[in-house]
Every structure is written in structure tokens, then in C-alpha cells.
Design a protein around this ligand. Sequence first.
Ligand SMILES: C[S@@+](CC[C@H](N)C(=O)[O-])C[C@H]1O[C@@H](n2cnc3c(N)ncnc32)[C@H](O)[C@@H]1O
Length: 244
Amino acid sequence: MKPRSLTSRLNNGIGSEMPNKVFSSIVGNNADLIYEVAKLYLRPGDRIADVTYGKGVFWRKIDTSKYEMFVSDLLTVPERLYDFRNLPYSDNYFDVVVLDPPYSHNPGYMIVDANYHNRETTKGFYHDDIIRLYRDGIIEAYRVLKPGGLLWVKCKDEIESGIQRMSHTDVRICAEDVGFFIQDFFVMVQSRRPVVQHHRQLHARKNHSYLWIFKKPTSAAEAKKHKKATVQYSIRHYCRGKAI
Ligand SMILES: C[S@@+](CC[C@H](N)C(=O)[O-])C[C@H]1O[C@@H](n2cnc3c(N)ncnc32)[C@H](O)[C@@H]1O
């Protein structure tokens, strides 16, 4: 008998319920990504702080009237020009915080800069400065999130002076260090063809980015339970030879 193709298996067998499921990789744009993430991680009535609102692209496919939305940005929301490192909100106030800072060093060279004015907020930044920006945003998000609240962090790896800088790993380390644990992780692959800025190619052109979903533990017991999955734990127990 002729073996059934992958497509037919997906369409017939166990795959028949798949259209309703949320997957960890998405081909599309940021609005498509957030649409999928929201299916799993937003509930009607959630109090949400988008602290890097930009142009609100994230929310283009979402009915935001279902949520209590607090949007701010250093530049693009005139009535709330808040720095995400120092927010005017009380402790333990939000169900969800969304953080999508400028993700690349030297934004003056980035073609997307025209959309987001990144040059104005991160002029002269090196990769390490970008990660410090993330770190400070993550610390402030931890403060304003309720226990059990979620932090969504968008990031993209980059190459700086010929060196691979894995922003998604840096962000993870910062978040775990602050006290979050990983709830989920999404990879978005751009559906449109990436813009090519340099003719000589030394590394694969990055046409994917990431969204971390971190959770603020509800209790010390929950934090302890997730300790084993942290980078620090892995370094101690695998890389330095202290086998468990
Ligand atoms: C990549 S864009 C965000 C795009 C947004 N998620 C959207 O859907 O349109 C980064 C944004 O971060 C803002 N920003 C940069 N530094 C900031 C800071 N310290 N505090 C608040 N916003 C900041 C910029 O003004 C810019 O709008």
C-alpha cells in the first residue's frame, strides 16, 4: 500500500484537530505571532501593559476591547511617554507585560529604523547596551506584574563586528536571574523576503526572531520547582561536571 503523505496524515488522522492548536513556530509577521500567542496566553479582562507600543503592530489582529490595555512608549504614545525602566504603576498590578525594545546595536544602519525611530532611543548602543536595556525592562516588569503574571519579550539575535550575539539567550539569562521562569518560547519566521544590506555574506541572514513568555512565580515553591531548568543550574550541573 502506498504510504500516506505527511499532508494527508495531518488532514485526516490525529492532525484533524490541529487548526485549533497553537504551535511554537509561526511563519508571518508580528501581528500573526501575537494573534497565536494571545489564543493561549490572554484571558478576557486581563490587565495588560504594552510598554513599547511603537505603532501598535502587535495588536492589529486582536480585539483589544476585551482587555484592560495600558499602552506606553518613550516616543510614540504622546499621552504616556513612559520609560519602561521606570514605570508609574503600582507593584503587582498587571496580568501581562509586553516588552519589545529596539533589538539591534547601531540602529542607524537598520532599514526598519524609519518605522520605529530606534536611532533616537539607542544611538551609539553596542549589543551589551541593548541587553542592559532589556535587563532593566525585565526588572521593572517583574515589579509591576502580579505573582503568576506573564512577561512577553520579543527579541532577535544579531551579528556585531562579525561576532554572533545570541540575544535570546542573553534575555533568558536576565529573566531567570530576576526570578522569572520560562513558560513558553515562540519562533517567528518572516514570511516576507529579508532586506539584504551587505553584499558579502559571511553568516546566514537572520530571518527569524523570538518571543519569550516568562512567568513570575506565584510562590517560592513554584520558583524552586523550575530552578532545574535554568541556565545557571545547567552550567553548574552539566558543564562544570557536577553531574546530578
Ligand atoms: C521595536 S519597536 C516596538 C514595536 C511595537 N511592538 C509595535 O508593535 O509596533 C521599539 C519601541 O521601543 C521604544 N523604546 C525604546 N526605548 C524605550 C524606553 N526606554 N522606554 C520605553 N520605550 C522605549 C521605541 O520608541 C520604539 O517605539
